[in-house]
Write a protein that binds this ligand. Structure first.
Ligand code: GDP
Length: 295
């Protein structure tokens, strides 16, 4: 059995019993445990370091040692600080348009198409919306078929133009059709590559310019660790997206990417994907993610 962070902190505090107040010296071991937990959860090294500095300042000002369970109190300080850094509160997507246009961006394999399906399913069932899915990945015929299959499964219409290789035209035509058919949300799935490349960025920037989305969501695989942070930065520099979707959190990742991405791009994480099924989508809760990171 691995000790969780709480147990580790409790143990490191046993050494301090009877020493009265917290000092920089006697809290060093405890902070090391906190930093280790963050690194284990795949939080970027620099971020873990500056985070523990902040926690130190908070702990020094408090009477942690006289608490019945100082470990628990430290965990609370760390937990609250983590949740705060990840935004504190959940942030909703903007559904105010008529139709609302949502652009989905990310690398190939990150889970864009699956998320597009999940999001339309969610807003249809929970928000009473009538979404239209748009197959904007014009390079992979399989991606178009995949979206069609998902659409059938969740009973959401899918706009496709087989043979048309111009995502801008497809997106514009889809919005026109949505207006005609009374679809109040248009979710545009776009092409991704295995790595960030200029052509992909130009293409998605052109779609952004043409349709002025209400919401641009960047989808990223939480299992990709540090790469996730770099990719998020590159997409944000080019697209200035509105929110992040972390997928594959049902895997064994501890979710440190959430903290790193938030710290680097300063955009809210809005949803987390927790499986391949259409129902496996949750609104992001900073507090829950903090629990997960701490293990
Ligand atoms: P895209 O290339 O970005 O459109 O990625 P896809 O939506 O095709 O997803 C790539 C693979 O990841 C597929 O096999 C999906 O079933 C899977 N996938 C997507 N989201 C999740 C998730 O939250 N959890 C798990 N376990 N698998 C996911």
């Amino acid at each position: 059995m691995f000790e969780n962070l709480n147990e580790k902190l409790e143990r490191s505090f046993q050494l301090l019993k009877g020493q009265g107040r917290i000092t920089e010296i006697n809290i060093a071991e405890t902070l090391k445990e906190v930093r280790r937990a963050l690194l284990d959860a795949d939080v970027n090294f620099k971020i873990a370091k500056s985070f523990t500095e902040k926690v130190k300042e908070k702990a020094l000002g408090q009477d942690v040692l006289s608490a019945v369970k100082p470990g628990e109190m430290m965990v609370k300080i760390v937990h609250d600080e983590l949740a705060e850094l990840m935004g504190g509160q959940s942030v909703d997507i903007n559904l105010s348009g008529n139709p609302t246009v949502i652009l989905i961006a990310g690398l190939q394999g990150s889970g864009k198409t699956t998320f597009s399906g999940k999001l339309s399913n969610l807003i249809k069932n929970k928000r009473g919306k009538h979404p239209l899915l748009v197959a904007g990945d014009v390079y992979r015929p399989a991606a178009i078929d995949q979206l069609k299959v998902l659409g059938e499964q969740i009973n959401v219409p899918v706009y496709t133009e087989e043979g048309n290789k111009e995502p801008v035209k497809i997106a514009q035509a889809a919005i026109k059709q949505a207006k005609a058919n009374g679809n109040d949300v248009v979710i545009i799935d776009t092409a991704g590559r295995l790595a960030v490349d200029e052509e992909m960025m130009k293409e998605i920037s052109a779609v952004k310019k043409a349709v002025s989305p209400h919401e641009i969501l960047f989808v990223v695989d939480s299992m990709t660790g540090q790469d996730a942070v770099n990719t998020a930065k590159e997409f944000n520099d080019r697209l200035d997206f509105d929110g992040v979707v972390l997928t594959k959190l049902d895997g064994d990742t501890r979710g440190g990417a959430a903290l790193s991405i938030r710290s680097v791009v300063n955009k809210p994480i809005k949803y987390v994907g927790t499986g391949e099924k259409m129902e496996a989508l949750d609104v992001f809760h900073p507090s829950r993610m903090a629990d997960r990171i701490l293990g």
